[in-house]
Design a protein around this ligand. Structure first.
Ligand SMILES: Nc1ncnc2c1ncn2[C@@H]1O[C@H](COP(=O)(O)OP(=O)(O)OP(=O)(O)O)[C@@H](O)[C@H]1O
Ligand SMILES: [Mg+2]
Length: 417
């Protein structure tokens, strides 16, 4: 069966906000599908109506409208509900997979995935789109294992941070790996061409040039291979793919560097600490959660170094930043970070324009396990940990909040011991 021909007759809409990913997917799948592209969920909804694809391959984390919501909207629309949607994402935990299937996905692929496997799954989803997947059964199974996981996850807040880090690493790792894989497959064509050229050179060098017919055949083979390399732009594509791989590797190495600085293996180690730098490092850790909807404004003063446990103070910043991000539901979020010296203290303020905290809740936020978030999203330990750490550093922690206006956390840390 001529699989290539059968598939090329089909249109595949690829939705991803990362240009490097899009480029890679076009290279991997363009040979088999007629590719259309959308850069976010909103664009996908318009594109689906305009070009009626046979199948959609979609990222989950995208600005404005994420993949899950886009899928839900497609499934709610009579005209688009039968187009199978396959998610391709670095989010690999069970909860996300459940969300994907609940949103109506036909399949859920997690990166890194071999491009042949990806092709196979896309094709299966396309062919099976008329047969309903036993979603309920599958979801139930996943929910049971999720319940088990949550129960055993005592350090869920650390788990959440790790999930973010894993996502950050998996995305570039995915495209670096596939780029290298694909470049490898190009090299067999290049090697064949080089071999033909070598043979040609040997025949020219040999004293006996009488067999002109054979010489011509070798020349024709070498030229054909060279032409096809040129036509397919194999070398140019290999170069682009290698650049992709390199940028993926660079992204991973800068993340690992930050992570190393951030966690400082010995958690109780006491050292000099630059608060402004600490805030910046915490910001890089949550960068992937900001998307385009939250603006960061910094008012850093010229503050002296403090003596503290850097790992613990980093943890404080991280918890406060995550809370601030989670409190912002609008697309015009602002988080302001301010540092200055007040008496013998470094003053650190983290202010958001999120949902705010009611008076009743404000009295309880430092209680361990007090949370207003859904299970799996919040454990209610973040502020309890923050409070404990600041107390252990002979510091002070204050909070002010107004419903609908936002929340401000203020920390005082002594710089003279
Ligand atoms: N910046 C904020 N804006 C609005 N509400 C907040 C903010 N920070 C904390 N809260 C409220 O305080 C509660 C307790 O926060 P805490 O960080 O201790 O736990 P959590 O964020 O719910 O879960 P965890 O941090 O363990 O993931 C939150 O559930 C939320 O209701
Ligand atoms: Mg929290």
């Amino acid at each position: 069966m001529d699989i290539t021909k059968t598939q090329k007759a089909n249109k595949l809409l690829v939705v991803d906000n990362e240009l490097a990913n899009l480029q890679l997917l076009i290279t991997c799948l363009g040979e088999h599908y007629e590719i259309q592209v959308a850069h976010d969920g909103e664009e996908a909804l318009t594109e689906v109506h305009a070009s009626k694809p046979d199948i959609i391959l979609m990222d989950v984390k995208m600005p404005k409208l994420d993949g899950f919501e886009t899928c839900r909207r497609l499934k709610a629309d009579e005209q688009t509900k039968n187009i199978p949607v396959v998610f391709l994402t670095a989010l690999d935990d069970t909860e996300d997979e459940i969300k994907g299937f609940e949103a109506g996905a036909a399949d859920y692929l997690t990166k890194p995935v071999h491009y042949k496997e990806m092709l196979r799954r896309i094709d299966t989803a396309r062919q099976a789109s008329h047969i309903k997947r036993p979603v309920a059964e599958h979801t139930q199974e996943l929910k049971e294992s999720e319940a088990h996981l949550i129960q055993s996850e005592k350090m869920a807040s650390i788990g959440q941070i790790m999930a973010g880090v894993v996502h950050e690493i998996n995305t570039p790792l995915g495209y670096a790996r596939s780029s290298v894989e694909l470049t490898g497959s190009y090299f067999s064509d290049i090697a064949k061409t080089l071999e033909a050229c070598k043979k040609l050179g040997k025949q020219f060098q040999s004293k006996d040039k009488s067999d002109e017919e054979q010489l011509e055949t070798t020349l024709a083979t070498a030229m054909k291979l060279l032409n096809s390399l040129q036509e397919d732009e194999t070398v140019v594509e290999a170069q682009i793919l290698l650049e992709n791989a390199l940028s993926g590797i660079d992204r991973i190495s800068s993340l690992v560097k930050n992570l190393k600085n951030f966690s400082q293996l010995n958690r109780d180690k006491i050292a000099e600490f630059d608060v402004n730098q600490g805030l910046d490092e915490a910001l890089t850790m949550v960068d992937h959660k900001l998307c385009d909807k939250i603006q960061i404004i910094k008012h850093y003063g010229d503050v002296p170094h403090i003596i503290c446990s850097p790992a613990q103070i980093n943890q404080v910043f991280l918890h406060l930043l995550i809370n601030a991000i989670q409190a912002i539901s609008s697309d015009t979020g602002v988080i302001e970070l301010q540092t200055q010296v007040i008496d013998q203290y470094v003053y650190i303020s983290i202010t958001d324009n999120g949902d705010g905290i009611s008076k009743e809740n404000l009295a309880r936020i430092f209680e361990p396990f007090f949370t207003t978030k859904t299970s799996g999203k919040g454990t209610g330990l973040g502020l309890a940990i923050v409070h404990k750490i600041i107390k252990e550093h002979q510091g002070e922690l204050n909070v002010a909040s107004q419903i609908g206006r936002g929340t401000q956390f203020i920390i005082f840390l002594p710089f003279k011991q």
